[in-house]
Design a protein around this ligand. Sequence first.
Ligand SMILES: O=P(O)(O)O[C@H]1O[C@H](CO)[C@@H](O)[C@H]1O
Ligand SMILES: O=c1cc[nH]c(=O)[nH]1
Length: 237
Amino acid sequence: MIPTPHIESKNKNEIAKTVLMPGDPLRAKFIADTFLTDVKQFNSVRNVLGYTGTYKGRRISVMASGMGMPSIGIYSYELYKFYDVENIIRIGSCGAYTPHVKLYDVILAKDVWSESSYAKVQGGYECDVIEGSPELNESLMKYANDLGIPMHIERIHSSDVFYRENFEEYKEIYEKHGCVAVEMEAFALFHNAKVLKKKASCLLTVSDNLATQQVTTSEERQNAFTNMMKIALEMAE
Ligand SMILES: O=P(O)(O)O[C@H]1O[C@H](CO)[C@@H](O)[C@H]1O
Ligand SMILES: O=c1cc[nH]c(=O)[nH]1
């Protein structure tokens, strides 16, 4: 069933087997403009930009997910199910829940905890913790090590809510569930990978710290997270 309601490419071969997936469409464009050669754009529906190109002579795609689990739920499902994509690596920003995780640090999500109903509604799963692909994670750890980029390998929190009425709730989520940072998509991505027998990982860069109240600018969020991008780009075929 291609094209899909949200991806306009009429040819599966236009999309590589491995797709990097930032939330922000302009981060997808930045990656294509900065790191890829022989770039072809395969999607612009709703301005959710998708590109395929080569990195160090190897093929890879990058496409935005939009924000939140419903959005990445749609795009990752269509890529896996209808475009035969095998691996999706989310590359996102996150808010740290503890002072020992600093601004710009890179986190690899070992697994993700969420109070979201996504897995239950999508496939009847009652779980609240889902693992990233051990195989992809092992490769990402090796590439980070080769590049000399330190990574925290930890549990993260996927939240449906960016602005909580009770800001202090993050402390309980950190203490009770062991999540060191919050973002808004990995749980749905990992669930889709599980039900469709595909692979997913999530790399994050810390854009703000809820404990110390430090923040980065929106321009930095768009352009400055290059360490995470370089690690993920090594996954090109
Ligand atoms: O920077 P991205 O990948 O969009 O990720 C984070 O930023 C957004 C919130 O500002 C949410 O999508 C959250 O998951
Ligand atoms: O989802 C997110 C992303 C960055 N910072 C947050 O506080 N939440």
